[in-house]
Write a protein that binds this ligand. Structure first.
Ligand SMILES: [Mg+2]
Length: 264
């Protein structure tokens, strides 16, 4: 654990959390709650994470929200929490409140056409198995591939760069691949929408590992605790750095202890 921001005081944060009327715990999934695996559908939370989160929801008066680049259905399946908490998928394009239908922001027509072309290019190049088509993006996964195999994908990425110029799409690197995604919505806009729904005095924490989580960190200037969760520290807008899984589990246990009565 390392406190990155000199202005941040962890002891005061726990004190405020124990006294606050509302608490909002915002979490990324891949790389934060779960270790990376070659097949994204096989990702599961670190042992101990789900029981702690379930306790936090039940006894720690906390609104728990998971914000992921995955689609909501895949997120629910891999997270395995019963009942599922509020889920935001596709970096904020999809949202599902507990027990409700998935809501999705409409994709502009131009972007849809370009995404179909991006998908076709990947299949033509023989990388169909590395492709993930999501409602507002296409992702190319290279986890498990050698450097030379990744190098061979470069012409394809250049073709994607051309598509980026024609439509409201943008390329984003993520841990283990690259994604061509419709612009306008990201984890930062999702966080801002949530901020508009809660009391200004509510205590907030956002935990994430990836570059897409930096959008969320930047949406919380001077407000909320921003936590980078990953093995190696990097340049970040976060206040605190935790190494998973032990320091992550410690954080959730502290949350439960400071906020809940039944801390088990
Ligand atoms: Mg992540």
């Amino acid at each position: 654990m390392e406190i990155i921001s000199k202005k941040f005081d962890l002891t005061s944060f726990w004190d405020e959390l124990s006294l606050a009327d509302q608490a909002l715990l915002l979490l990324d999934f891949d790389g934060t709650l779960s270790p990376f695996v070659v097949d994204p559908q096989q990702a599961r939370p670190y042992p101990g994470v789900v029981p702690l989160l379930e306790k936090i929801v039940l006894s720690a008066e906390t609104r728990l929200v998971i914000i992921s680049g995955r689609e909501v259905a895949s997120l629910e399946h891999c997270l395995g929490m019963t009942p599922a908490p509020e889920l935001w998928g596709c970096h904020g394009w999809q949202r599902r409140l507990p027990g409700r239908e998935v809501l999705q922001v409409d994709l502009p027509e131009d972007a849809e056409t370009s995404l179909r072309e991006a998908e076709w290019l990947v299949k033509q190049a023989g990388y169909g198995k590395k492709l993930e088509r999501k409602p507002v993006s296409v992702a190319l996964h290279w986890r498990g591939l050698s450097e030379s195999q990744k190098e061979q994908m470069q012409p394809l990425i250049q073709q994607w760069q051309r598509l980026e110029l024609n439509a409201d799409l943008q390329l984003h690197d993520f841990d283990g691949g690259i994604e061509l995604r419709c612009v306008g919505v990201d984890k930062g806009t999702a966080v801002k929408e949530l901020l508009g729904e809660i009391d200004p005095s509510a205590i907030i924490a956002y935990l994430g590992d990836d570059l897409t989580d930096e959008d969320a960190f930047r949406a919380l200037p001077g407000r909320g605790l921003k936590v980078l969760v990953r093995d190696q520290k990097r340049e970040t807008a976060a206040d605190l750095w935790l190494q998973p899984p032990h320091e992550l589990l410690w954080f959730f246990q502290q949350w439960l202890e400071k906020r809940g009565e039944d801390c088990g």
